[in-house]
Design a protein around this ligand. Structure first.
Ligand SMILES: [Zn+2]
Length: 265
């Protein structure tokens, strides 16, 4: 089936930068929160027949020594607590309208976490991430084996730029989810080093917001474009509602598109 695609040729699978972010002539970052993205008037997700993650099993990976003995050493605990809470709560329940005959979308669990002590390069491509993940899966006993519901969430350190299909973190995207074949599912979360990925929020709130976006997209569209996807607007469940937030169980999470309610909820 032919699909409309992004300029780089793939289905949309990213969190875009906040549209209110720009640069002044001297390079200073400007952020205008009034320019939030409004949902398209006629959004509608349709099921394309592919895999969904039912009962998602999240494993978090923090890549770099700053997550254990540096300035980011508080983040693993905070983000693991976020997943422990959110995977058992209302954010998962609201996705039930996207159940199919084969897949029941529901509550999930965080099945573990690890910190990779070796620093990544300062620029990491998606191919690098896929190679690293496959290497870890093959040789690191801390890693659970991939299965149909496992989702690896990979957090990068501050100062690391991620590139994917010719686009970069903090220039085109704030995070994305992807797949290696039909058997390994992962999300990549660069550190929000720019106004466009902070969206006027504290670091932890920006990270839980973008993480919730990718979590819900990975669940409902595990192989981008093959699950629940809006072909008319060329978007996944979170893209339609990007940069619109609510608080669930004490955490900043993004609104997600509801076909039933015809709204971001
Ligand atoms: Zn998205």
């Amino acid at each position: 089936m032919s699909k409309k695609t992004q300029s780089h040729g793939g289905p949309i699978q990213i969190v875009p930068l906040h549209p209110g972010a720009s640069s002044a002539a001297d390079g200073t970052e400007i952020f205008d929160p009034s320019k939030a993205i409004a949902a398209p008037a006629s959004a509608q997700l349709t099921y394309q027949g592919g895999q969904l993650l039912s009962g998602v099993k999240v494993f978090t990976i923090f890549w770099g020594p700053s997550f254990s003995n540096g300035n980011l050493n508080g983040l693993p605990g905070q983000l693991n607590a976020f997943f422990d809470t959110i995977l058992k709560g209302a954010l998962m329940d609201q996705l039930a309208e996207y159940n199919t005959g084969a897949y029941k979308v529901g509550k999930g669990t965080r099945i573990g976490s690890t910190i990779i002590q070796a620093a990544s390069a300062t620029t990491v491509t998606d191919a690098d991430i896929q190679a690293a993940l496959q290497s870890w899966l093959g040789s690191n006993p801390d890693f659970p084996k991939a299965d149909a519901n496992t989702l690896y969430f990979i957090y990068l350190a501050s100062g690391v730029t991620v590139t994917m299909q010719g686009e970069g973190s903090c220039t085109a995207f704030c995070g994305y989810h992807a797949n290696i074949g039909n058997s390994i599912f992962y999300a990549v979360m660069p550190y929000p080093d720019c106004a466009g990925c902070l969206g006027g929020k504290a670091v932890i709130d920006a990270l839980t917001g973008t993480s919730s976006h990718e979590l819900c997209e990975a669940i409902t569209d595990a192989v981008p474009g093959s699950g629940w996807y809006d072909e008319g607007n060329n978007m996944e469940i979170g893209d339609i509602c990007a940069w619109q937030f609510k608080t669930v169980d004490g955490y900043n999470v993004q609104l997600e598109w509801s076909n039933q309610r015809n709204a971001c909820i």
